[in-house]
Design a protein around this ligand. Sequence first.
Ligand code: ZN
Length: 292
Amino acid sequence: MLGGDTQRGKAQAGRSTPIASMSGMPELPEVETVARGLARLLEGAVVARIEPLRADLRQPIPAALSTATGAVRAVRRRAKYLLIELPGGAILCHLGMTGSWRLAPAGDERGHDHCLVHLADGRRLAYRDPRRFGLLDWIPAGAAHPALAGLGPEPLDEAAFTPGYLAAACRGRRSAIKALIMDQAQVVGVGNIYAQEALFRAGIRPGRAAGRVPRARLEVLVAEIRAVLTAAIAAGGSTISDFRQAGGEHGWFQQQHLVYGRGGQPCAGCGSRLASGVIAGRGTTWCARCQR
Ligand SMILES: [Zn+2]
């Protein structure tokens, strides 16, 4: 299974899932892991037909999705969207909170299966979304999609998300640096967990005005954002290689967090108690001594 309801399944099974794992929503590393899993699965595959099963996603599955056929050209991630590129356009998918993809052999029908993708070689991919916040849409070739408009650069794109870029985005800004790096128009896919971890590692207090963070710190921040996301992708990628075992174990969020969810506990850097509060509308933890 490739998607967001894995965490719930683990929690329900009573495994020793760290509290920090209960984010409830796939973030960039999880979506990247799903994209890579789908890419491996769909390499050289041909989509024969799409079979909608339920209409009750965030918005109804469009009839135009039935035109999504042909040889898969690529599977990509943009921000937290998956794009399955076909000759006539692309299938757009957002996993919402609980969306997942799995190989579904005949007989493997489950409640909340929203859609089946039938491949020419007889395999079937199922999209399942119990909480229905996900999205499936069709983007005809050459068309734009509102969900993809106005997005900032990818944080892992070293040519686009540079210290110079971030410094320009921060210049003169009074908003908190944490709010700025979580703003999808500035840089995509830096969610609440990764923003806190990267700011701790860069020694920047999350509530500091973006325009007052020194350039040298911003350079470290760019590197640390990439580092925390890359580590999370590696953790997911290493355990998802056997994803053909639908419902198998995946390693999302299993990496150790230094600050996220650790308010009141000792700082890993200096031992003092970590502070917490609400910054950028979300619970935030930081070290008042290590982060300036
Ligand atoms: Zn500290």
